[in-house]
Design a protein around this ligand. Structure first.
Ligand code: ADP
Length: 259
């Protein structure tokens, strides 16, 4: 479970990016976070990945208060989050296989697991036959599918996608969304920040809208442009705040997705 509890965030420049934002996302949900440019979507993501810390309020992932995590433990948090960006962020000197394998190497996965897992994940995203290609030889849609493979290869509890279809045409956007939906069906929580109105309307998923740093809408099944009253989901019973203060969280066994 992931919870924003009265979160405000002011940058050092004095810009107020988020104001008293509260919502809860349960494990296994598929959620769009929408809002115009500058609304605060990326800030919200940065709070989840610990790139920024809230000025006030709490960001809780399971029982951990993200703001209190010791610096040295941030990598353990991040290995449970698969990130997908608008500009793909692949390593262009490495092959498709190496890009995905690299994500496993940096978390210390055994070679045998990497050799077994990477081809499976590349098959899921439909790129098994492009394993030896470099990203520069692929289309934008294919590159984003490599990014999805990289995001899911360590079997994260959460995939965070920041404008993942920003550089894709409608057909590739649709393929990408179908893929994210498939991953979501295996139990991974998926959160997508976007201002792509058509995409959100088509998917009919939960929509959280941010405007000027404020949460202005939280609909179980939303249409982007629809105006309706705020319906913020009630939080579940609060867990006691618990600082991630000791030991390495036990790694989950790698799940064979789609097999
Ligand atoms: P979005 O992702 O919805 O476009 P952001 O979260 O990037 O919005 O930005 C929210 C507000 O915070 C904007 O006014 C933006 O200019 C400001 N902002 C974002 N990042 C920084 C930063 N590193 N330093 C100062 N202000 C920032």
């Amino acid at each position: 479970m992931l919870e924003f509890r009265g979160v405000s965030m002011t940058y050092q420049t004095g810009t107020i990016a988020l104001k008293d934002v509260s919502f809860t996302i349960q494990d296994g949900e598929f959620v769009f976070i929408i809002g115009r440019s500058g609304a605060g979507k990326s800030t919200l993501i940065k709070l989840l990945t610990c790139e920024e810390r809230p000025t006030s309020g709490k960001v809780l992932i399971d029982r951990y208060d993200v703001a209190k995590i010791r610096r040295g433990l941030i990598p353990y948090l991040r290995r449970n989050i698969g990130m997908v960006f608008q500009d793909f962020r692949l390593i262009y000197t490495k092959t498709v296989y190496e890009n995905v394998a690299f994500a496993m190497e940096i978390v210390g996965a055994p070679r045998s697991t990497i050799r077994r897992r990477v081809p499976i994940v590349l098959s899921i995203v439909g790129l098994r036959d492009k394993s030896g290609a470099r990203p520069g030889e692929l289309s934008g849609g294919e590159q984003q599918r490599v990014a999805i493979a990289r995001a899911m290869v360590n079997n994260p509890m959460l995939i965070l996608a920041d404008e993942p279809t920003g550089n894709l045409d409608p057909t590739n956007s649709e393929t990408l969304m179908a893929l994210l939906e498939e991953i979501n069906h295996t139990g991974t929580t998926v959160i997508i920040c976007t201002h792509d109105r058509e995409l959100v309307d088509r998917m009919k998923k939960r929509v959280i809208e941010i405007d000027g740093g404020c949460l202005v809408r939280d609909d179980a099944i939303g249409l982007y442009g629809q105006s309706c009253p705020i319906r913020t989901r009630p939080s579940l019973k609060s867990e006691p705040d618990d600082e991630l203060s000791g030991g390495e969280p036990a790694g989950e066994p790698i799940r064979e997705v789609g097999t």
